[in-house]
Design a protein around this ligand. Structure first.
Ligand code: MN
Ligand code: MN
Length: 313
């Protein structure tokens, strides 16, 4: 039974928006330290890895973020620049990826690089269909679409009726990833994020996840199969197991990144869901304070603009 205190403390829409985006960036910055390590190696090195300290295979500064957050920022910038056309212009999104690629990013996934190069060469906005290359690179950059697309009522969301969000999400994903599992993962985590932003509860999320798993049984995460690679099925299972097992944002992100593997991406996506659920105030201040200040500022600005795009305020 929800207590009176819970109701009073329910995060506002703005707190959920900021929580999702800064939760995402925090998960990226925290997880990047242990990306490609095993859970055993992480335990031997750090005990529990729960402070943002940089390092890792990318030799990051403490608080530095990686391609996950950078690609989100590129999508967000493109949406904000397209305000006059309702916040969506796919070519603008693709051009944003080109600009990002040319900025010599600290890391980039193979499928993302291949897709952006294809766009640079022939201007085509759709990757060819691939059956064996379902990486998480398109999934990891869809948060701004979930934030900046006008909301639909919770009842419709729960029925899976969110046509503008669906169209935009698939369009941006397919710039680089022509894969049915990538598509499904984007819509699944997107629907969960939008349900949480709309004030839906964890029971609603369970039902949404169950519906997706009925359509795509590969995503079944109970019991968690223990795989943490960048394969989108492994990523979704890890993120959902962490999200549904946790009772706080910090526990959610820490539990996911300490499993290792593609820890910056699973950490970021866990932070996206946990932030949409618990809001900005649930993020440990020592994480937010450590985040690269220019990224923190950029995220705050995008959140204001995406909120305006979504709800006109
Ligand atoms: Mn990354
Ligand atoms: Mn990664």
């Amino acid at each position: 039974m929800p207590s009176h205190t819970d109701a009073v403390q329910a995060p506002s829409l703005q707190e959920r928006f900021l929580g999702a985006y800064l939760g995402f960036a925090s998960g990226d910055a925290l997880g990047a330290t242990v990306e490609f390590m095993t859970a055993g190696e992480i335990r031997a090195t750090f005990g529990v890895h729960n402070t943002i300290r940089g390092g890792g295979w990318l030799r990051l500064k403490p608080g530095q973020i990686t391609d996950d957050t950078q690609m989100c920022l590129a999508v967000g910038d493109a949406m904000i620049a397209s305000e006059a056309t309702g916040g969506w212009d796919l070519r603008c999104v693709a051009d944003g990826f080109v600009k990002w690629l040319r900025s010599r990013p600290v890391d980039i996934g193979n499928t993302c690089r291949r897709g952006i190069r294809r766009y640079m060469q022939d201007g085509s906005l759709h990757a060819p269909e691939l059956h064996d290359d379902a990486g998480n690179g398109a999934l990891m950059r869809n948060l701004p679409v979930a934030l900046g697309t006008p909301p639909v009522p919770l009842a419709e969301l729960l029925e899976g009726h969110d046509p503008v969000f669906t169209q935009r999400s698939l369009e941006q994903g397919r710039i680089t990833h022509g894969n049915i599992l990538s598509d499904a993962s984007i819509l699944m985590l997107g629907q969960l994020t939008r349900v949480l932003l709309a004030g839906g509860g964890v029971d609603d999320c369970h039902r949404v996840a169950e519906q997706w798993i009925r359509q795509h049984p590969k995503f079944n995460f109970t019991p968690w199969p223990g795989r943490t690679s960048g394969y989108v099925v492994d990523t979704v299972q890890t993120v959902l197991d962490g999200f549904f097992s946790a009772s706080s944002l910090e526990e959610c992100i820490v539990s996911v990144v300490n499993r290792g593997g593609d820890a910056d991406t699973t950490g970021a996506l866990a932070g996206q869901l946990a932030g949409a659920r618990w809001g900005i105030k649930a993020i440990p201040t020592h994480w937010v304070d450590k985040l690269d200040p220019s990224v923190r500022k950029k995220i705050s600005e995008q959140v204001e603009a995406l909120l305006r795009l979504a709800v006109g305020q």
